[in-house]
Design a protein around this ligand. Structure first.
Ligand code: ZN
Length: 112
């Protein structure tokens, strides 16, 4: 990928991960295809390399999202919130305020 395009992607959310909002390092940030290339290929299309489809991401979010649709990822994260509270020590910690799980629906950084 050309450095100029990488720079445009990096600047899209002011140098932050489009998903979690963590500050990114220009040298190591990853470029995620919002609609993964595999879906375009399966539909017999050229992968969408437009700036609209390219998202700056940290390695963790990029790995977690992988080729999935963002709504699937959101669903996993919502389920994870419920799973965490099934763990006794996290439930107690949550009650004590040492571990906060918001009741607000998951919003990704690019949606804020
Ligand atoms: Zn991230």
């Amino acid at each position: 990928m050309k450095k100029e395009i990488r720079k445009l992607v990096f600047d899209k959310y002011d140098g932050r991960c489009a998903y979690c909002g963590v500050e990114l390092d220009f040298k190591t940030f990853q470029v995620d295809h919002f609609k993964a290339q595999i879906w375009d290929k399966l539909e017999g299309k050229q992968p969408d390399g437009s700036l609209d489809n390219l998202m700056p991401a940290c390695a963790e979010c990029n790995r977690y999202k992988a080729e999935w649709n963002i709504e699937v990822v959101r669903e996993w994260l919502e389920k994870s919130k419920k799973q965490l509270l099934k763990t006794q020590n996290l439930r107690i910690l949550h009650r004590l305020g040492g571990f906060v799980i918001s009741d607000e629906p998951i919003k990704f950084y690019f949606e804020k």
